[in-house]
Design a protein around this ligand. Structure first.
Ligand code: NAD
Length: 498
């Protein structure tokens, strides 16, 4: 660790009750994907006792935090945003070291996390209820939103700041307390962010972070009935397990899961621009993004020109360490992820896909050359399973109907895009594509105040970000208010038995 470091993530400790709590569990090194000899930090593979301490701390903190006026909760979140802004360069360096993504992307991710945080902070002044006309005179009927309680937040490794932020900020503004379990591959950014939130004035126990294996402590959080709801982001297979465990005990879930996102290129005056949009949407985070475009469905009459432009572009994307100036494609997060991506590409080639990008030399380590596979058919594994790497498949089609059918021929339904000069085609695709988010004539980039989520196997529960979060992080309470208890005469006149 650098001696200059001012961010806090001391070795072997969880963040519980605003303190660094040593764990008796084994220690796990967080390695730099660009250089496996660089140990970025050391975190606990936490025990069930650590999770118990975190849940108890969150339970203790809940009554006072829930009773704190929501605008005052927002003030603390705004101070947190300022502190993140002051440390943004250090945080970006940390994120690139633990996750591998290019520095510019890490800075961008922290900026995005702040925008989502700022939106959530403002929600403290917009926590509206409704009034409902009463059938009886002198009675006020209204609804209030109240926190659900202790929230379990479980996050993946690809967005070390945004994924935790997308859960912590809305949970806290609505008055919940949190037990966060970040991914074991990239836990340090979340720990450093938690310490900054303490510095911003968050009371003890409101946010607790425990690190460790999902199959152990993630499953424990999901199964614990003191955790009112679980907001999970990760793979569909794990999301399904979390869903079952939480449903069993009648808790709430918000699940943000995998994707196999398609773009239909129908027509364009400027194909170069379409290639730029698709490339950005496919290659960011080295393709390890749930909304990455991974399937291109292209009209046959423009396919040859499109594939030529695409492969030229992908052959010239700079692959290197995230800290090097000019890097566009960093390393994959781990050797495991490299083997997975490599396995998919080899399987695609065996099943008949044609690689149109060069199999060029890349640095040693989990670096993967950006790869375009052409002549992919809908039954091939590369067209069906989430690859999570810098790999695009291209499928040629004759008609709009065929394009929509292929786009929908997947269990996933997260994001989709269409490029067309014909508004009827674009609108038809938009209406018929089974996806939570549709982008017309641009890539799959979302915005920090707009609801975000997927259909089918890509998600369940309320969309995150923006105004839909209130549906998961609060519950409705109906209040019938009468200034004084009814007298005997009035009770006789009561009309409804219910
Ligand atoms: P993952 O499902 O393997 O792990 C996600 C988290 O769940 C980790 O913290 C992990 O430790 C934990 N976990 C593992 N097993 C668990 C269990 N049995 N019970 C509870 N928790 C458990 O996913 P990953 O490999 O970290 O991330 C990549 C996946 O995340 C991809 O599928 C990607 O599409 C998805 N993702 C989705 C979104 C979205 O918003 N839809 C965003 C980012 C990533």
């Amino acid at each position: 660790m650098s001696t200059q470091q001012t961010l806090e993530y001391p070795p072997g400790a969880n963040f519980i009750d605003n303190q660094w709590m040593p764990s008796t569990g084994p220690r796990v090194n967080t390695l730099n994907p660009a250089d496996s000899s660089d140990v970025v930090g050391v975190v606990p593979d936490s025990t069930s006792e650590d999770v118990e301490s975190a849940i108890l701390a969150a339970q203790r903190a809940l009554p006072d935090w829930a009773a704190t006026p929501a605008p005052a909760r927002g003030d603390i979140l705004r101070r947190w945003s300022e502190l993140i802004g002051q440390k943004i360069e250090e945080l970006a360096q940390l994120m690139t070291r633990e996750m591998g993504k290019p520095l510019a992307e890490s800075r961008g991710e922290l900026g995005r996390a702040r925008l989502e945080l700022d939106y959530a902070a403002g929600e403290g002044t917009r926590l509206h209820g409704t009034t409902i006309p009463s059938r009886l005179p002198g009675l006020l009927v209204y609804t209030e939103r109240e926190p659900i309680g202790v929230v379990g937040a479980i996050t993946p490794w690809n967005f070390p700041a945004v994924a935790p932020m997308r859960k912590i900020a809305p949970a806290l503004i609505y008055g919940n307390t949190v037990v966060l379990k970040p991914a074991l591959e990239t836990p340090l950014t979340a720990l450093a962010l938690a310490a900054l939130l303490r510095d911003a004035g968050l009371p003890n126990g409101v946010l607790n972070v425990v690190t460790g294996r999902g199959s152990a402590i993630g499953a424990q959080i999901a199964a614990d009935s003191r955790v009112a709801g679980v907001s999970f982001t990760g793979s569909t297979s794990v999301g399904r397990q979390v869903n079952l465990a939480v449903a069993e005990r009648m808790g709430d879930v918000q699940l943000e899961l995998g994707g196999k996102n398609a773009v239909y290129v129908h027509s364009a005056a400027d194909l170069e621009h379409v290639v730029s949009e698709i490339t950005a949407a496919a290659i960011q985070t080295t393709g390890q993004r749930c909304t990455s475009i991974s399937r291109v469905i292209v009209a046959r009459d423009i396919a040859d020109e499109f594939v030529q432009l695409l492969s030229d572009r992908w052959n010239n994307l700079t692959v290197g360490r995230g800290t090097e100036e000019g890097t566009v494609v960093g390393p994959l997060v781990s050797d495991v992820q490299f083997d997975r991506v490599n396995g998919y590409v080899n399987q695609g080639l065996q099943e008949g896909a044609v690689r149109v990008t060069s199999d060029r030399a890349v640095p040693d380590g989990p670096y993967f050359p950006p790869t375009v596979l052409d002549h992919v058919t809908r039954d091939m594994t590369v067209a069906r399973e989430e690859i999570f790497g810098p790999v695009l498949s291209v499928t040629r089609v004759n008609t709009v109907e065929e394009a929509i059918e292929i786009a929908n021929d997947t269990d996933y339904g997260l994001a989709a895009a269409v490029f067309s000069e014909d508004i009827d085609v674009a609108m038809r695709f938009s209406r018929q594509a089974n996806s939570g988010m549709i982008h017309i004539n641009h890539g799959t980039t979302s915005q920090p105040h707009v609801p975000f989520g997927g259909h089918k196997d890509s998600g369940a529960g309320a969309f995150s970000i923006g105004h839909t979060n209130v549906e998961f992080f609060t519950r409705t309470k109906v209040v019938y208010l009468k200034p004084k208890a009814a007298g005997p005469e009035e009770s006789k006149r009561r009309p409804d038995p219910a």
